[in-house]
Design a protein around this ligand. Sequence first.
Ligand code: SAM
Ligand code: F3S
Length: 429
Amino acid sequence: MKYLIKTWGCQMNALDSDKMAGLLQGMGYQPTEEEREADVILLNTCSVREGPENKVFTELGRLHPLKRHKPLILGLVGCVAQQEKEQVFKRAPYVDLVMGPRGVRHLPELLAQARNQRAIDTQFHDDSILFPDQAIARTNPTKAYITVMEGCNKRCTFCIVPTTRGREVCRPLEDIVKEAHRAVNAGYAEVELLGQNVNCWREGDRGFADLLAAVSDVAGVKRLRFTTSHPRHFPLAAADLMAERENICPYLHLPVQAGSDRVLKLMRRQYDKAWYLELVRRIRERIPHIALSTDVIVGFPTETEEDFQHTLDVVRRVEYDTLFSFRYSPRPDTPAAAMEPVGDAVARERHQRLLDLQMEIQTRRFAAVEGRVVEVLVEGESKKGGQAMGRTRDNKVVNFAAERPVAVNTFVDVRITRSAVNSLVGELA
Ligand code: SAM
Ligand code: F3S
């Protein structure tokens, strides 16, 4: 018996897929890349924007004919499944199984049911956070993702995540630390803590900085990362730790979303531009060499040119090393979907200006690394082939020529000789 899982979206989805793969393997299934060979195909979906959501139904339609040849179980799981619930069976009647992100742990029962009748689980199970991590079939060769919390209690007016992933639940510290030990024993030097609002993790009177300290104390964790941080709750104690501890990587993803106070308020982000810039100043004061990245939404309803200028101003002032930008996409039953849209042409034009600005900043920031020797964790071959590829501690991709073979998951020193917009080029030092 074989399975195939296709994954869209964020790191949490990637980890959910590894969890499902582990459960399937525990049931005796083998992985396959061949659709025709698979007895179970699961599409693990993302609904954060409309584009990927629609693609999933096209994909289901394309896979449907495979069912003519054998008793294939076709499942729609993840955020689109949670959002559409029973509607999935109306839109695609040939789907056998529908499961939300908080149901992952119950996949085996659901699969057994799906053999006889349609199976659906879109409950927000609180025990999903207690997933036995020994069962995870990790696909990332160099990084062990570790769930620390699930769900989100924020109500950003543009965002579907609270609807699809439910209320926040935090994982016990002890379980997280045990998983970090197991990851190290399995050969991982890098771990990344995951949560929609990772810095809202808490247990009794312990907060995110305590969690970070405990995982950083695990012997063998050479690189520790975490995502996603919410600016409103990012504790400066965590920045102090990042400054002090060698193994906590100097890289922080701090989504700003917009620069205008009026828009930030409409988004319900719980900070304004000055507050965010002051947070960045305090973080940089502690960790001057930190690399920052962010998410920006362009063309949020009612956004004026003046509002957008504030976004550009934040980007200019902060000088992010990486920026992920999205045109606003209305999501069902979110407050922003009822607000006045700005129009596609305006949003596209603003998006391009933002990309141009970031390109200019990023080119400069990447060029500043030329001539330096950096520590790289080897991930494999470069995208174009012929070279090795890895990442710096501050998360920049490095492609480098290596005369001697370099093993995946080892550290090497690389002298940077050239830079591009999104990567660095070098040679073994
Ligand atoms: N929890 C994170 C946070 O605090 O921002 C990330 C949530 S979301 C999965 C990832 C990114 O998608 C967001 O930071 C936002 O920039 C973008 N996003 C979310 N909803 C969107 C929408 N309706 N339209 C466009 N982009 C959106
Ligand atoms: Fe979405 Fe805002 Fe939570 S962006 S995931 S509602 S912090």
